[in-house]
Unconditional design. Sequence first.
Lengths: 236, 80, 418
Amino acid sequence: MQTVYYIVLVPMVYVAFAVFFLGTAIRIVKILREPKNPSTLQIFPEKQPNWLYALSDTFFFPTVRRHKPVLWVFLMTFHVALLFLIIGHVELFQEFKIFQIIPHEVFLGKGFVGLILAITLLFFLFRRFKSPTKELSVPEDYFLLILLFLIVIFGSQMDWARRWYEYGELTVEDYQVYLNSLLYLKPELPYNVTFTGHSFMLVLHVFFANLFLMFFPFSQLMHSFLALPMNKLRRG
Amino acid sequence: MSEDIKVDKVLDLKGLPCPMPVVKVSKGIKDVEVGQVIEAHSTDPGSLTDFPAWARTSGNEILKTEQDGEVIKFYIKRNA
Amino acid sequence: MDNKMRDELLNLFRSKINRAMRYYLETCTRCGVCTEACHVYNSMGQTKYIAAYRHEIVRRLYKKYFKARGKIWPGFGEAKGLSDMTLEELFDAAYSCTGCRRCMVFCPFGIDTQMLMSIAKLMLIGANAEPEILTMLADTSIEKGKSLELFKESFLTGIKNLESEVVEKWKIEAGETAIPVDVEDADLLYVALAGAHSIIPAAVVFNAAREKWTLSFFEAVNFGAFVGDPTRTKLIMDRIIAEAKRLKVKEVCICECGTAYRVMKQLSGKQPFKVSSITEVQAGYIREGRIKLDKTKFTDTITYHDPCQIARNGGVIDEPRYILDNLTDNFRDLTPEPKYNWCCGGGGGLVALGDETLDFRMKSARVKVDQVKATEAKILATACENCHTQLSNLNDHYKMDVAVRFLSSMVADALLPQ
């Protein structure tokens, strides 16, 4: 069992990050090397400055707010929570002063960020079972949502255990030792990381996250990078 | 009707806006056999250039064009 | 379908891929925000008319042949091979889409359905499965450009026949030509449609504004664009560019034809002349005081249908409203606003296909009819030949009881002597 833990927590993480960074970079370079469209793809009337509106389109999804307000609330919540979550993970490496402007205990959000994410993911998933979104969806869409849900559930479990049930065996300091050892290419698995009652959750969390990272460059998740240039095209 | 040309089918395209006359003529000509002739009546001045250009690209032949007041009459032989 | 054919079609697909197309092919999350965007879906309710569904027909082929994923795990994204059945689906998707780009306004990423459908259209041409009428019309246009000398005489005869009608509406001074053709160093080259309705009112207004203009030998409409053939589109456009350069005009003015305007405005590249629509030109005359309009000429309530290729996709939105403000005190705009205006249902070559598409055009544009009816206007003005034909058909079919008018002809009718 410890071998499986090791494979998931060390080599697979490296592979996943390599695939993610290289894959994404190669794909973006490939797309950018294609010739530009010969004509404008703008929609009128235009609003100046168009780059500012393109940014707003990208980060606030005004068209979704107008046409599907309920979906917009969930989408916005999801993406903001995702941002919190990324900050939370960065803080699992070390403390950053800039994130502590609003003093908080790591992990950010007292456990609610994960809960909110899980709920929004269920919403996204279930709306795909309803027509006409159902007819539009392909297996990839369900797969990615389920994968994300699993990552969030197992990840949050660890957070919830510490925050809500005073579970103290696997601490932030343990994660920091583990993650920093990965970062500095001297992989080290502290005893607490692999031998406590919640270790299997960590392993599952990391396993699904690895899968997610490896799918990222080859799936519709690329929208995270392409949304801005696309909206810029529309804004002219 | 022109005396020296035997017409097998008459197409009334009067009042149709461009590009309908040439659309209808390209369909209508399929109703006659190769070698037969259709007579098309159009009021659209664009037909004056559309018909000859269409005939050249489709391999058909305009035997004669007549102006009769507002109406333009084309005699077209199906060659293809 | 044999392998050779498949390879040829996939090469055509490849030829359409550029940076923007990659964005559009890679990004869709199938969120369904575009569901209510399409007039066809809203009028007919079938899922296959949702923009994202149309995209997927093309995207499945992309996933299959242009991504490694399609080989390793095709089921993941429902990647699908190219077969005769796919061609039918491509036809269905591409020729039920008018290219109005209303869905592009809805999409959180701004995916351009018209662009994606252009892949489908090009592949259909490769498979000889496109509507042959459109190709025939495109070829006819190109032929006219190639053998101009052959058709010049009959063209000039046709134009001469129209001159008396122009003079009847606006007197010109002795020695002037009512419809000048082939005038070198004219300021403006007017590219009309072959029909009298597109030439006479425009000529009247040009003469009234004392414009130094000349009429093009060629008709503006670009059937190559309708059928989605880049080569033919360019050939048809280039005839006009060459003429404009030969005559050394400063401005090329496109008649009321949406596709013609957008193609010339956005695809012609950097040229020594500027491209305008007749609506912009006429609005300019009013602004500069070169023509004055009689506000008592039209007493009924007027509404205006923005042609998609001219307004949402071309940016001419304020000018028609400026003209209407000078034409009537009874203008009532459509709701929702121009960016969200419903397509008339006739674009993308559907109107040019005539009776063949009539039934579909009537069923798919029900929302347009409701939108116009809500204004209770008696005159429905527009500035595009396709829209005009389609709106007239809708008017008959749904007994809308409106008069469908070209905006430019209303301007000509309301001219005040100066």
